[in-house]
Design a protein around this ligand. Structure first.
Ligand SMILES: [Mg+2]
Length: 162
């Protein structure tokens, strides 16, 4: 078992959340980079919420911690005081299954939101679906579900402040 989390966790996708197709930033290896302004929105939202642990659900989690692009991600987050507390594991784009398994292993997590620009298998898990914010860049986040969970509504309200 890993370390204990804060009670609130943000499951974070990167591409489509902290960048968009029009992002001009590049990673050291030449892939689409990360926009500081979007990391700042995430950091301010989390701060306003009273803190959160960040669990990486993005494909970026497949990179080795020593990979220069992974280090780039870590440094981009660190500029705004954000650190990655863990990451999910999944296969075949079953990101919902990966998050569901993570939550089962970490019963101390009471509240969470999921930031992602894709639906994947999330709708197969009603609790995840109610906590999914679909993004086109974090500043354009919207509820996936018609009846989102309360913490998701609060989180989105805060995103809109920044
Ligand atoms: Mg994405």
């Amino acid at each position: 078992m890993g370390k204990k989390h804060k009670n609130f966790v943000v499951f974070l996708d990167v591409d489509g959340v902290l960048n968009t197709r029009t992002t001009v930033q590049q990673t050291p290896k030449g892939y689409q980079g990360i926009d500081d302004a979007r990391v700042e929105v995430l950091a301010k939202t989390i701060s306003k919420f009273g803190g959160a642990d960040i669990v990486l659900s993005s494909d970026w989690k497949e990179l080795e911690p020593t990979d220069e692009d992974y280090r780039y991600l870590v440094s981009k987050l660190a500029r705004y005081g954000l650190i990655i507390s863990g990451h999910t594991q999944d296969r075949m784009y079953k990101r919902g299954a990966g998050i569901a398994a993570y939550l089962e292993e970490h019963p101390e997590i009471k509240e969470y939101v999921i930031l992602d620009d894709c639906r994947f298998d999330f709708q197969s898990y009603p609790k995840l679906w109610e906590r999914l914010l679909l993004t086109e860049g974090i500043e354009h986040a919207r509820f996936a579900a018609g009846t989102p969970a309360v913490e998701t509504m609060v989180f989105l309200d805060y995103v809109k402040l920044f």
